[in-house]
Design a protein around this ligand. Structure first.
Ligand code: CTP
Ligand code: CA
Length: 217
């Protein structure tokens, strides 16, 4: 099993000292990397900026990136070699249209920033997914959770989508626990209890393992 995982936030530069980012810690993606490695997988962990140290398992190769474009380049270069893809990164949806060469100086009372859409890493890879490859996405939703998550599953060609509901206390960003629901292309829905991210990682990895095409005996 060869697993490609994206994790953490992306930082989209505005000028040499500023960026647009988000509060993703990367914990979920790193926990998934460790859990897949413990199951004997070779893991490529493509990580945005986090405070976490590189996992020490010799089966995990960590590649550090900053922007969505860099994360996409790293992922597309290795995607064909992996049979499982896990998109755990909180990729910035937009990036500044222009990156200022010099620090932007304080001037008027308002500042308008023009943003342009970032590449959708999961959706782009979804277009080149082979039938034996298995793709897992995440969806963080605050309303119409299951419908939105299923829309993402279809648009991005996921086999499995992990829905994180922010309505559940103790779930999501900045918490060490998550409450997930797994949704699948065939309509199966599995609801899990609030658990630590390490336990959630085990639930997700177990689900992926049972759904992978079995190697011929
Ligand atoms: N994703 C990605 N590249 C992007 C945006 C999202 O690979 N540019 C992946 C995420 O890693 C996640 C899934 O797509 O696995 C869903 O991300 P999410 O932010 O929930 O979905 P979006 O399509 O960006 O929709 P929105 O933020 O509007 O809900
Ligand atoms: Ca998004």
């Amino acid at each position: 099993m060869r697993v490609l995982i994206t994790a953490g936030p992306t930082y989209e530069p505005l000028d040499p000292v500023r960026f647009i980012g988000n509060h993703s810690t990367g914990k979920m993606g790193y926990a998934l990397a460790e859990t897949f490695a413990a199951e004997g997988a070779e893991v490529l962990l493509i990580s945005g900026p986090t405070n976490l140290p590189d996992p020490t398992s010799p089966s995990i190769r960590t590649v550090r990136v900053q922007t969505a474009d860099e994360m996409y380049q790293a992922a597309v270069a290795e995607a064909a070699m992996a049979n499982v893809w896990v998109f755990a990164a909180a990729v910035a949806d937009y990036k500044p249209a222009h990156v200022a060469e010099n620090k932007i100086k304080k001037a008027g009372d308002t500042l308008l920033l023009e943003l342009v859409k970032n590449v959708d890493i999961a959706a782009e890879l979804g277009k080149i997914k082979r039938s034996e490859q298995f793709s897992v996405g995440f969806a963080l939703e605050t309303e119409n959770e299951q419908a939105h998550a299923l829309g993402k599953l279809q648009r991005k060609n996921f086999d499995l989508v992990v829905l994180n509901s922010l309505r559940d206390a103790g779930a999501g960003f900045r918490h060490d626990t998550n409450k997930i629901t797994l949704l699948e292309a065939d309509g199966r829905v599995t609801i899990f209890d609030l658990k630590s991210k390490a336990e959630v990682a085990r639930d997700i990895v177990r689900a992926v393992l049972t759904r992978l095409p079995h190697p011929h005996a």
